[in-house]
Design a protein around this ligand. Structure first.
Ligand code: MSS
Length: 368
């Protein structure tokens, strides 16, 4: 099996399967490329973790039903406990949760931040109440609002400007269509590592927009003044700091990668080889995945494996190939139902966000 991570898992995530993870730091833990499996859904003990700040105390998930969230920017502002939210509606959405910086490790200019390869992503099922049901229960949105702004429940270190430290993200109102306030993931109570007791889930949107331990949801005229909204997670050119004039990282694009075989140091036996991977469509369903074993010169259509779990989920795929001894440059690319496909090359940007280049995600495999 794979070698254990060099750094230990952080205390709040000790329950993760260490052999499946690469521990970058106490707040950044990646899934190994060969640990996704072909079932589609990512087991919770293999799901990546990314936190901007130290998570709150484990105490907050001891009595999840009593956690409170404040709702404002509506006709009748009020707060709800999780127990109260549970009476308003129930929905499950299976979706790709992916960090904006997934694939950062492939940018040659070495952007600051975690050097993720492919594993800052997973496909999981969140269960909770639709944001629309919460809106209905609070008399609907107040007039003139343009964003939904969610605030995380981390403790802000004393003496520092809260506006620069709060994990607060605003998404455009189109994002609320399928959004839920979730208290369960893969059928289990939401653990602290993934935002328990309550998390804002905006399907199709990059990881950062899915605010953990959410304590306030506000419908607002403007985007949050928090640094994480104003300057971080902005698509600015290399060498240029993010500012509101650059696009915020919101909707995700189609992306795929090969999961097995993927170890360049572990030769594969010549003959019939099952090349597997995962493919997501972003804002619409993945429709077609192609695989290349010659670095993108020629492509063959792969087959999806397992059930279709909806437009925000990824699907596992397989291509059965007859391979003679040699070295193969394996690549894959997905096209979604809107006809949007992965680009050959990454789009350069300062912080190394949203890399979905098929060329950057190739793996060199030896067949012997
Ligand atoms: N939330 C909060 N509250 N805090 C923090 O820090 N982070 C982000 C999200 N949310 C945070 C939050 C991010 S950034 C991400 S990715 C995500 O989350 C992750 O998740 P998990 O569960 O996996 O850990 Mo990048 O875009």
């Amino acid at each position: 099996g794979p070698v254990s991570a060099e750094k230990p898992l952080p205390g709040y995530a000790k329950w993760k399967d260490a052999n499946s993870m690469i521990v970058h730091s106490a707040n950044t833990v990646e899934t190994r490329r060969d640990a996704f499996g072909s079932a589609g859904i990512t087991p919770l003990d293999r799901l990546y973790i990314r936190n901007n700040l130290t998570p709150p105390s484990e105490d907050i998930v001891k009595d999840p039903d009593s956690w409170k969230v404040e709702i404002s920017g509506v006709k009748s502002p009020r707060s709800f406990t999780v127990a109260e939210l549970k009476t308003l509606g129930l929905e499950t959405v299976t979706m790709v949760l992916q960090c904006s910086g997934n694939g950062r490790g492939f940018f040659p200019h070495k952007p600051s931040g975690t050097q993720w390869t492919v594993g800052a992503a997973g496909c999981v099922s969140f269960t909770g109440v639709p944001v629309k049901a919460v809106l209905e229960a609070t008399g609907g949105m107040a007039d003139g609002m343009k964003y939904m702004t969610s605030t995380g429940g981390e403790e802000i270190p004393a003496g520092l400007d809260p506006n620069t430290l709060m994990v607060e993200r605003s998404v455009p109102l189109s994002g609320i269509e399928d959004a839920i306030l979730a208290w369960e993931v893969n059928g289990e109570a939401l653990p602290l590592a993934h935002g328990g007791p309550l998390r804002m889930i905006v399907p199709g949107y990059a990881g950062v927009n899915n605010v953990k331990y959410v304590k306030h949801v506000a419908f607002t005229k403007d985007q949050s003044p928090a640094k994480i909204q104003q300057s971080s997670y902005r698509f600015s050119p290399i060498g240029v700091k993010g500012t509101p004039e650059y696009d915020s990282i919101w909707e995700m694009d189609p992306k795929s990668w090969i999961t097995m075989p993927s170890d360049p140091n572990q030769p594969v036996k010549a003959g019939r080889v099952q090349i597997t991977g995962v493919a997501m469509g972003g804002m619409s369903e993945p429709e077609k995945v192609e695989v290349s074993v010659d670095g993108g010169k020629s492509w063959k259509e792969a087959e999806f494996i397992g059930p279709d779990l909806g437009k925000y989920a990824w699907r596992s795929f397989v291509l059965s190939a007859e391979l003679k001894p040699g070295t193969y440059q394996m690549a894959c690319r997905v096209t979604n139902e809107d006809g949007k496909s992965q680009p050959e090359n990454r789009v350069e940007n300062n912080r190394g966000y949203v890399n979905n280049s098929w060329r950057d995600h190739m793996v060199a495999i030896k067949v012997a």
